[in-house]
Ligand binder design. Structure first.
Ligand SMILES: *Cc1c(COP(=O)(O)O)cnc(C)c1O
Length: 495
């Protein structure tokens, strides 16, 4: 199977090349030229399998230039006892209709781990396959979560090094500790004086500096990024929708062929697009419910066919969804239209005017498959409190957005189809907002006291990776001016 670009119909590469390149030369995103389909027997066969076995089955349908041994190596390296649940992505049943797919049992307690734990293996395997015999140097500027998830993914992965810069005053105390105590022989973390934009523009300057590139090349090294639009981050996400259905089949919560709905708290549109892929492959999915916070550009798009980012930006208690440009939507537009010129036109218009309007035929497919909704911080908090009271289940703020939007959807449509709601973060990651929602007093408590308070209020165990921050040694304390970042890179790489 070959891969195409969303913006140039002449592009044709193998999956390994798509993963190594990340982005097509003209700025388009890679996707497979056709979507592999599966039948009911295939889906049923997943039921008795482990997550790892399910992952091998699904990934090999897309990564057709990988050998079974290569897929095995990637999956085994990614999904093991680094996850706190043997099931990797377990499904919690609240009632007959509401099933919560917990995607946060990885090392950083958020769903980014589902893809970032396997990306390093996919990337290094792909480099070998395309014949690039270089060490990959991952360079990341982070406002918090992605940097930590990338560090955990790439730590001690052979053939890679990872360097993360975070703004000295731009991350929470716990995020800073998570990064400063990072273990692994191939990792380096430093802070940059300034805000996130300073760190990010510093990284961009290093990426595009030709002298720097030449120097790395002489030393058999090459930069890469762990960017969220890489196909290697999207394809692992298709797996857990099949896995959730397989788990429900195994428990007798659905019968084979029974349609489910899927509801996803959405930011960049990656997670929900993976669910759409699963549907197109043949997983019995009826509606995909796209949940947003007050940054509701996607709700409006699904309703009207107009994508318009010219609006005010809201800072919310679900910060990972505070996004006005959902990059992966571009892949959906291509999947529906099959027309690279059309998609390139929409993206040009987004760049120049901040908006585009899709044609009626595209809009019709969008509304047939997707429903959209949004909610406020207060509504999300109320949802956390209500579900704790009713089901004894504590959820984080992002998950709460999805659950509220799902409840609204059911009230508006009367659609009682069993639904899988993606839960994207551990409540401990957003403990202050969650505790407030549960009616607890948070005043004067530091991060660790908040962890203890949530442990008490929820009855849930504190995730080990957050708990051990209390005693872990700080390894990284370097602070740089933006202009010194490049020297820091050379120093760490010893070149
Ligand atoms: C990244 C993230 C999201 C948004 O996922 P997309 O794939 O960007 O739509 C939602 N919740 C959490 C906790 C996240 O980290």
């Amino acid at each position: 199977m070959n891969y195409k670009s969303t913006r140039d119909s002449s592009v044709c590469v193998k999956s390994s090349e798509a993963i190594v390149k990340g982005l097509s030369h003209e700025g388009g995103l890679f996707l497979p030229e056709s979507i592999p389909t599966v039948d009911a027997a295939f889906v049923a066969s997943l039921a008795p399998m482990s997550y790892q076995e399910r992952a091998k089955k699904i990934l090999s349908l897309f990564l057709t230039d990988f050998t079974p041994e290569e897929i095995e190596y990637c999956v085994t390296g990614a999904y093991g006892d680094n996850f706190s649940s043997k099931k990797i992505a377990p499904v919690a049943k609240l009632d007959d209709k509401k099933h919560i797919l917990e995607l946060w049992h990885g090392p950083t307690c958020a769903f980014k781990d589902m893809a970032l734990q396997i990306l390093p293996y996919l990337l290094t395997t792909s480099m070998k396959k395309v014949g690039i015999d270089k060490e990959v140097v991952i360079l990341v500027a982070t406002s918090g979560d992605t940097g930590k998830a990338a560090l955990e993914g790439f730590k001690d992965v052979e053939g890679t090094k990872i360097i993360v810069f975070y703004p000295v005053d731009g991350v929470s105390r716990i995020q800073k500790l998570q990064m400063a105590t990072q273990d692994g022989e191939n990792v380096y973390v430093a802070s940059v004086k300034g805000n996130f934009d300073d760190a990010q523009s510093g990284v961009k300057m290093i990426f595009t500096n030709p002298d720097c590139e030449a120097k790395l090349d002489e030393n058999k090294k090459a930069f890469s990024s762990a960017n969220s639009i890489n196909w290697g981050r999207l394809v692992p996400q298709v797996v857990y929708y099949f896995s959730a259905y397989a788990d429900m089949l195994e428990k007798g919560d659905v019968t084979m062929g029974e349609e489910i709905n899927v509801c996803v708290p959405t930011g960049n549109f990656g997670n929900i697009l993976a669910a759409y892929y699963a549907k197109c492959m043949g997983l019995p999915v009826k509606k995909l419910i796209c949940a947003s916070n007050m940054n509701n550009v996607l709700t409006d798009f699904i309703k009207t066919g107009v994508y318009d980012k010219n609006r005010s930006f809201h800072t919310t208690i679900s910060p990972s969804m505070d996004i006005l440009i959902s990059s992966n939507l571009e892949r959906l537009l291509y999947l529906i239209s099959g027309d690279a010129n059309k998609v390139a036109g929409y993206m040009e218009s987004l760049k120049n005017e901040g908006k585009y309007t899709v044609e009626d035929a595209i809009k019709a497919v969008v509304t047939e498959n997707f429903a959209g909704g949004f909610c406020s911080d207060d509504e999300a908090k109320a949802t956390i409190g209500e579900h704790k009271a009713k089901f004894g289940y504590t959820m984080d703020t992002h998950t709460a957005v999805a659950v509220k939007v799902y409840d609204d959807y059911v009230a508006a449509t009367g659609d009682l189809t069993k639904t899988v709601i993606a839960s994207t973060a551990s409540p401990f990651k957003f403990n202050e907002a969650v505790l407030t929602a549960l009616g607890e007093d948070v005043s004067g408590k530091d991060e660790f006291e908040l962890l203890d308070a949530l442990n008490k209020a929820s009855g849930m165990e504190i995730p080990q990776s957050l708990n051990e921050l209390r005693v872990k040694d700080v390894r990284f304390t370097d602070v740089y001016e933006k202009t010194e970042m490049i020297d820091a890179v050379y120093k760490f790489l010893n070149i």
